[in-house]
Design a protein around this ligand. Structure first.
Ligand SMILES: Nc1nc2c(ncn2[C@@H]2O[C@H](COP(=O)(O)OP(=O)(O)O)[C@@H](O)[C@H]2O)c(=O)[nH]1
Ligand SMILES: [Mg+2]
Length: 332
């Protein structure tokens, strides 16, 4: 463990907006080592009282839809109006060495050079839940460092949208012109998560198609169940290439945010998110503890075979596994 003095110095640096200290803190947060995790939690406890002041935006969309280009253009727009921006990227399909997001970081070259911007790609370490959990903590660290806007980007694959929506105030889904009737195969569940849908590449030859796509999504969203107290989802379009539509998107985000603040929903949403992350963490740790017991492992292999063969019911086998876990824990 770091000494109390050096930890305090670190906290001071982060609070003053030192991006290097922030980057080091996130490395610590992302480390799987147990001593690093303990250190990270100690650090986070000091940072937590200073977090909570950013607009938290989740962004998702299929590969090629224009996320990176959008984030660069939108990020530059935000810095131009005086915002400090942190970009955290979660890519469950990438690895540290060959990851697409690391490639993206170089594509966001102009944004990465801006002095008021912090860009952080996260490698796909372990389960998605783990990646997103650390992203949540990284986001809190960014807030403590004084960033006004935190953008969390994920590639639309399976559960990553829900994970990112679960830590954001507002979830933006990017779609590209085209698609037609099936709305590009985007799952209803993902559409239901969206607070705002952004049609990208509304320029040049794609301009008209983008307009059609926008109205298709408007119709589709009108049919979708809206979260009771959330503002109605908006469907907007933009061109990152022409840097158009960005101001309107920011205004929509601000007005969404203001509505959440005014109704008291933002505080409730964030509280619920934090509590559900706690339980997710408990689940993860419980399962890790359970799987880590050698006696349980041996038994569960046998029970798996029995359940597969139909000679034991899943419920009876589950009860057996939990009983074995309690026995082993009781012996210690
Ligand atoms: N015409 C046009 N092309 C764009 C725009 N934004 C992105 N693209 C192109 O779409 C492709 C995918 O963009 P990228 O940002 O890498 O998508 P990502 O995979 O979602 O991050 C690239 O070839 C971009 O040049 C835009 O605003 N207009
Ligand atoms: Mg990208």
């Amino acid at each position: 463990m770091a000494s109390e003095a050096s930890r305090l110095e670190n906290v001071e640096k982060i609070l003053s907006g030192d991006r290097r200290a922030l980057a080091r803190a996130i490395t610590l947060i992302e480390s799987a080592r147990e001593d690093h995790q303990a250190e990270a939690q100690a650090l986070l406890e000091k940072l937590l009282p200073h977090s909570g002041n950013a607009v938290r935006i989740g962004i998702s969309g299929s590969p090629g839809v224009g996320k990176s280009t959008f984030i660069e253009a939108f990020g530059l727009y935000l810095t131009a109006i005086g915002k400090r921006l942190a970009v955290l990227a979660v890519d469950p399909s990438s690895t540290l060495s060959g990851g697409s997001i690391l490639g993206d970081k170089t594509r966001m070259e102009r944004l990465a050079r801006a002095p008021s911007v912090f860009i952080r790609p996260s490698p796909a370490a372990g389960a998605l839940g783990g990646v997103a959990r650390r992203t949540r903590e990284a986001m809190l660290a960014c807030e403590a460092a004084g960033f006004d806007v935190v953008l969390v980007e994920t590639v639309g694959v399976g559960q990553s949208e829900a994970a990112v929506a679960g830590l954001a105030d507002l979830f933006a889904l990017l779609v590209q012109p085209g698609g037609g009737d099936d709305l590009q195969g985007i799952k209803r569940g993902v559409m239901e998560l969206a607070d705002i849908i952004i049609v990208t590449k509304a320029d040049g030859a794609l301009r008209d198609l983008a307009r059609h796509t926008q109205s298709d999504y408007r119709s589709a969203m009108a049919l979708i169940r809206v979260q009771a107290k959330a503002p109605r989802p908006k469907v907007l379009s933009c061109s990152a290439a022409e840097e158009s539509g960005l101001e309107e998107i920011w205004r929509a985000i601000e007005s969404h945010n203001r509505a959440l603040v005014d109704s008291g929903e933002l505080a409730i949403k964030r509280k619920n998110q934090a509590v559900s992350w706690m339980w997710r963490e408990v689940e993860e740790r419980m399962m890790a503890a359970l799987r880590g017991e050698p006696g349980v492992a041996a038994l569960s292999q046998r029970l798996e075979a029995e359940v597969a063969a139909g000679s034991t019911t899943p419920a009876a086998a589950a009860a057996g596994i939990l009983a074995a876990f309690r026995r082993e824990k009781g012996e210690k």
